[in-house]
Unconditional design. Structure first.
Ligand code: M6R
Length: 540
């Protein structure tokens, strides 16, 4: 059943939707914004609508066009000219069962072919192992899909040449390969994903090869402000990047939820670099935020995991994370690779701005190179994290706290726990707790504190004492061998010391992924497909 945008998840609201004759069937991802007016017109003209969905209007509108003598593709084009909003859809008519007509605007749609078999899907991982050739539809294009034959047209009927996309992912990358679920596989793939993301990008002179680069060093030198836009875990990676870019590149960085950014009046111009972060490259809020920034002449650099995704195609520059396909809904390896890709970007901006002595840069590059093996060591402690999860399993509420770059780690830990365990969790800057939320802390609460050794460790230690005094069970993320921190807590999640405080999130977030994972498994939840969530959110 599709992620519900209108009406409750029920049989009547499930796709496909049929027209009055029962000859047409249509599936749709996205939102038809003017559906209410269209629905009233349809009802007034005698159509019988059986669901609460926005989608159903489409199939009845096509029915009207076909009754006027149009073919399926022409009827769909005519209808799409009347609707506003976002869609990736596919429709069939019983008179020609070998033909599927598919179309997109904003929501992603890909086509695949393998000999006589043609396919339509929302993303490439769905076609891995089935398709040999992949094609991506652009906005306002439609595809006529028949066995072994694909034809793409613009809505005005003009032909679009088919251009196959290079896809390096293979089927194995999209299979569980002996792991109980994709989430644990993807957590274990993190060291390799980090190494792949760093490969070839760490030359001593700080050279960064942007994958699709329509920005010169001169362009980057002219930047006087950075604006980060993203959602969810990608936003948390962006919060880490704000520290890194401000510290190393000495550029002011603003950051906002993509869904908020596009509806306010941000101050941007041709000297603003907007960094849009999205593992999928298709999240509608981030895509639209990037488009709105481009309209205001800002340069847009996308950090994404999906080659040729909408954001990658539309941006001035692209930095790919090379995590491979991520199937689990909870972001893990894509989040970690985003952080290191953004670290590399921050170092590169510093380099083009002439802010490094070479020995300083080379120490940082060595630090980045050591991260994959340090993450490996952290994952090896999964059994200890599981034991901690068992001790916290009865808690009613979790608070994750941290300071500086520990704050986005806390946010990410809370988000992971909420998403897959359905436990109440909040992430806070540790110093903010005393301004209200601490009223909620009591016996039965668990406070997870990111307390690795950064310059703010002592402050975090005081915040831990405050929650301890109120009866909370305290779990700390602490550096191996740090007995002083361990003494403050009921449980310790050990991580190696990061080579630079700014790299600490790459290590510190791993035990929090594992904590969420083990708590969700203890509760019998499906960690890969949590309730109410979609891997890629293509509706506003
Ligand atoms: O594909 P994106 O990175 O743009 O997705 C953004 C969020 O939807 C995503 O990070 C979401 O919060 C994850 N489920 C987090 O685990």
């Amino acid at each position: 059943m599709r992620w519900a945008t209108h009406g409750k998840p029920s049989e009547a609201n499930a796709h496909p939707h049929l027209d009055c004759t029962g000859n047409l069937a249509l599936v749709h991802n996205g939102i038809i914004e003017n559906f209410s007016a269209l629905r009233n017109d349809l009802l007034a003209s005698g159509h019988e609508l059986r669901s609460d969905t926005d989608t159903e209007v489409l199939v009845h509108l096509i029915e009207d066009e076909i009754s006027q003598g149009l073919g399926l593709a022409e009827a769909l084009s005519a209808v799409l000219g009347r609707v506003t909003g976002a869609f990736a859809l596919a429709v069939v008519h019983s008179s020609d069962p070998d033909l599927v007509v598919a179309a997109r605007r904003v929501s992603p749609l890909v086509l695949g072919r393998n000999g006589d078999v043609s396919m339509v899907a929302s993303d490439i991982p769905a076609l891995l192992g089935h398709a040999k050739e992949f094609f991506v539809l652009d906005d306002d294009q439609l595809a006529l899909v028949r066995p072994g034959a694909l034809e793409v047209r613009n809505l005005d009927g003009s032909p679009v040449p088919l251009r196959p996309r290079a896809v390096e992912w293979d089927l194995e990358a999209a299979e569980r390969s002996g792991y109980p679920d994709f989430m644990s596989k993807e957590i274990h793939e993190q060291p390799q994903a980090l190494a792949d993301t760093l490969a070839g990008r760490l030359a001593e002179e700080g050279s960064l090869r942007l994958d699709e680069d329509r920005l010169s060093d001169e362009d980057l030198r002219s930047v006087d402000k950075v604006f980060v836009v993203a959602c969810g875990s990608s936003l948390h990676a962006g919060l880490v990047a704000k520290h890194a870019i401000e510290h190393w590149a000495r550029l002011p960085v603003e950051i906002d939820f993509a869904s908020e950014f596009r509806y306010r009046d941000p101050v941007l111009d041709g000297r603003t670099l907007v960094v849009a972060i999205s593992q999928s490259g298709e999240t509608i809020d981030t895509l639209q935020a990037a488009r709105s920034a481009a309209r205001q002449r800002a340069r847009v650099l996308t950090v994404t995991n999906v080659v040729d995704s909408s954001m990658a195609r539309e941006s001035d520059a692209v930095l790919y994370t090379r995590a491979g396909p991520e199937i689990g809904v909870a972001a893990t390896k894509t989040h970690l690779t985003q952080i290191v890709a953004l670290d590399v970007l921050a170092l590169y901006l510093a380099q083009v701005r002439g802010l490094f002595y070479s020995n300083e840069l080379s120490l940082l590059l060595d630090g980045l190179r050591s991260l994959p093996s340090l993450v490996e060591e952290t994952i090896e402690r999964s059994g200890e994290v599981q034991a901690t999860a068992e001790r916290c399993a009865e808690a009613g509420s979790f608070f994750f706290i941290g300071r500086h770059v520990g704050y986005p780690v806390a946010l990410e830990g809370a988000l992971k726990l909420k998403e897959i365990s359905y436990l109440h969790a909040e992430g806070y800057p540790a110093g903010e707790l005393k301004h209200g939320p601490i009223a909620l802390v009591q016996e039965g609460s668990v406070v997870v504190a990111v307390a690795t050794r950064t310059p703010l460790w002592e402050k975090v230690a005081s915040n831990i004492a405050e929650v301890s005094a109120r009866g909370a069970r305290v779990v700390v993320v602490a550096n191996e061998g740090d007995t002083e921190t361990a003494a403050l807590a009921d449980d310790v999640l050990w991580v190696p010391k990061a080579p630079s405080p700014l790299f600490a999130p790459v290590l510190d977030v791993v035990p929090l992924q594992l904590l969420a994972y083990h708590l969700a498994r203890l509760r019998g939840n499906d960690v890969d497909r949590p309730r109410n969530l979609a891997k890629t959110v293509t509706v506003e």
